[in-house]
Design a protein around this ligand. Sequence first.
Ligand SMILES: Nc1ncnc2c1ncn2[C@@H]1O[C@H](COP(=O)(O)OP(=O)(O)OP(=O)(O)O)[C@@H](O)[C@H]1O
Length: 427
Amino acid sequence: MGETTTQVRKSVPVLPWMRSPVDISLLEECPLSLLPVLDPRLDNALKNMGICSLFPVQVAVWQETIGPGAFERDLCINSPTGSGKTLAYALPIVQMLANCSVKCLRALVVLPTRDLAMQVKEVFDAIAPAVGLSVGLAVGQSSIGDEISALIKRPRLEAGSCYDPEDHGKTLQSAVDILVATPGRLMDHINTTNGFTLEHLHYLVVDETDRLLREAYQSWLPTVLKLAQSSNDASAPYVEPFSPLICVWYLSSSQICESQDKPLYLAALLQQLRGEKCIVFTSSVESTHRLCSLLNFFGELQIKIKEYSGRQRQVVRSKALEAFRRGDVEVLLSSDAITRGMDVKGMKNVINYDVPPYIKTYIHRAGRTARAGQAGRCFTLLRKDEMRRFNKLLQKTDSNSCAAYTLPSDLIESLEPVYMSGNSFAI
Ligand SMILES: Nc1ncnc2c1ncn2[C@@H]1O[C@H](COP(=O)(O)OP(=O)(O)OP(=O)(O)O)[C@@H](O)[C@H]1O
């Protein structure tokens, strides 16, 4: 980099991870047996999860943290959807904390939604207890009292000793080593929970970074950084693996139809894909709701369909997601807001009922399938007048071919009478 003496320029720091990025496309999967210094207890826990080798992004992060990189720099992880970023950061953090004998909050993972936080907690829960670590959850829409009891250990008072409120904050201790949180609830604990402290924090993960940083949530990030860096142990490192997600790949298909026939085509497509888990994306919570009601008029379909939407109460939404994960529900209808990062095993098909407005949206939707090296399909229902814009959108991807998909006409005809009668319902 050249220096200039005549001009005073506002300097933009080039961070270490920008200067020397690691290209994960050059790496291969690594069997656990060849992974340097993997704690045997974690090796076991991973095998119990059915994991026998690490994916390239996980190998790269391992090398930068536990391997020669030795956690010397912040990390920014940018890899395709479904490539295994969660374990990429969870495994090194758990291995690094494995030998901490004193319990305190040393790792914080922040995610934008409760469902994503629960999903990530599950990954930590699968490995952390194997090395004696506890994982906590701080998310909205659950009782803060219960959460405090789970996160903070209260001292047992000796018989005869008096409770001194002055001492209170000092004697309380963290009951967890790792906390997975959404920003709003995290701020609640920072502001009001006695004994909740970030002064021992070594590792900070900001997952879904672009989304989290777009929404300031009471300036949670500056607050966390300030509290973490005010630690007595000034040399304590913290790591900030970011994961904005950009990239594209694979097989997609489109189906051209008239606007008023879209529900009919969708019903026919779902009929054809019967028995396979599908997620259908619409453009808004309202149209999700309308479409769900409409599809449920097709008694013929005999497919279990549920909506998953931001306007539902959390408990209803979580139930729908659980039923979908278990396979009791085959089709989930949703708008974009809450599905990003969602990981559902065996998701075979993504259907864009409404064309995604941006390429990024297309990628995030399509990324709900073909995860972890599995096959998957992405269908898009298009009106004729949408084709040009859609083709332009696809040109921005690495793989811009999109085959036309034809549904058998007898299938459509068989559903038509039901659809025509269903159409007369006011929805
Ligand atoms: N090493 C591995 N071997 C087998 N399966 C794995 C491995 N690592 C992760 N997985 C599985 O791959 C799937 C995708 O992982 P994950 O959700 O972490 O992806 P992601 O990169 O965070 O995706 P997104 O960008 O959509 O959030 C999960 O079902 C996870 O269990």
